[in-house]
Unconditional design. Structure first.
Length: 398
């Protein structure tokens, strides 16, 4: 595959998709649930003023999700809200009464102990499911695609879930997990949606709006740009939907970033033919959490109308972002950002620094007044690989 930076700008029609499922009111419900957890703490929004100055823009803000629930990634938000809603259904509990205390009392635990959930993951989502399942007394089974880092597998197993690495790519692992759910009477908890499977992915996406709502309150003023990484597009769709709900027609420019080797959202946007476009076969990239070849239909329904630029980038772009965040300028704070977490910052920096990308910079509408928000969605969830990239300057190829 040609390893280059590619981007396309999407033009929107007058009829825009409804974002209310991920809007301000739904975010309030998700955030109230997350706040009920004893370990809940708002993750920091870091201002990188010196970096912004070096890049020639006004501000760079990075939401550091490595601090989320002790899981080193944001995925616990979607996993917990999904299992919380699933548990509420089992308990016939109204969503208004959804809370950690209610779901962990003795009566609830007796009921939830009969429930088994299964999921496929590149690491972070499965860890979030395993953690929430342990908190609520639910049984969890987690499958991972071939090439998954042993450390990510061990982190899931330490939380009490049954977990294993398969011989399949990510999307085939999702299909395998679904087959096991149907065979064993388990509940599939996946953030990928398809026809007939939308309720649970929607809950997961709604859980992600907590992150967006926090950022909106922490920002000193409205950003001009929001850069979001995409795997299946669930997180990107949820966050884009929230900010579209919050700001309406005055929303910031939304930029979606994916790996070259798994750029299904970019391909779908570039084709612009009303169809979802898939990436098949091996999708080996250092951005393991983004190596998904089939778009989430719910996520795309939001992104097609509420995102503006779709980019596909090589691995070295993410590696650059990791190094920049680990080596701050001046008094800027250091951020430990993993391969998927740093992809957006790497693309932002390269777009502004590389003179050969002047046309792309114009497409992004970046200038001296730009205020950019990025989400570092994970920390060093694969510490060995993180150190190889940041310490040794390597960008491992697969």
């Amino acid at each position: 595959m040609n390893e280059t930076i590619k981007a396309v700008r999407r033009r929107h029609g007058k009829a825009l998709s409804d974002v209310s499922a991920f809007g301000v009111e739904e975010a309030k419900k998700a955030r109230a649930f997350h706040r009920s957890f004893p370990t809940y703490k708002e993750t920091p929004l870091e201002s990188l003023k010196n970096l912004a100055q070096a890049l020639g823009i006004s501000d760079v803000f990075v939401k550091d999700e490595s601090k989320r629930f002790g899981l080193n990634a944001f995925k616990g938000l979607g996993a917990s809200y999904c299992l919380g809603n699933l548990a509420a259904e089992q308990l016939a509990l109204p969503v208004e009464e959804l809370s950690y205390a209610r779901l962990t009392d003795s009566a609830a635990r007796k009921t939830l102990a009969k429930l088994t959930v299964v999921t496929a993951t590149d690491g972070n989502h499965g860890r979030g499911i395993a953690w929430t399942a342990k908190e609520l007394g639910i049984h969890a089974v987690v499958y991972m695609p071939k090439g998954s880092a042993p450390e990510r597998l061990e982190n899931i197993q330490k939380l009490g879930a049954k977990a294993a690495i398969t011989d399949f790519n990510y999307d085939d692992t999702v299909r395998f997990a679904n087959e096991q759910a149907q065979k064993n009477g388990w509940t599939l908890t996946q953030d990928t949606a398809w026809e007939g499977y939308q309720k649970i992915p929607r809950w997961i996406m709604q859980g992600y709006t907590t992150m967006a709502a926090e950022a909106a309150e922490q920002l000193p003023e409205k950003p001009t740009h929001i850069f979001l990484q995409a795997g299946v597009g669930a997180m990107a769709g949820a966050v884009a939907g929230f900010f579209a709900s919050l700001y309406g027609k005055e929303r910031p420019t939304v930029v979606i970033v994916e790996p070259n080797k798994a750029d299904c959202i970019y391909r779908t946007a570039a084709a612009d033919d009303g169809q979802l476009h898939f990436v098949t076969g091996d999708m080996a990239s250092i951005m393991a959490g983004l190596c998904c070849g089939e778009p989430c239909s719910i996520g795309w329904d939001i992104l097609k109308d509420h995102a503006d630029v779709f980019a596909s980038v090589p691995d070295w772009v993410a590696a650059k972002g990791m190094r920049i965040l680990s080596s701050p300028l001046g008094e800027d704070p250091r951020i430990i950002s993993g391969e998927s977490g740093a992809a957006t910052l790497g693309f932002l920096a390269e777009s502004l620094q590389n003179e050969a990308l002047a046309e792309m910079r114009q497409m992004l509408a970046l200038d001296a007044k730009s205020r950019v928000l990025c989400f570092s969605t994970e920390g060093d969830t694969d510490r060995e690989n993180y150190q190889r990239i940041v310490w040794d300057g390597l960008c491992p190829s697969f």
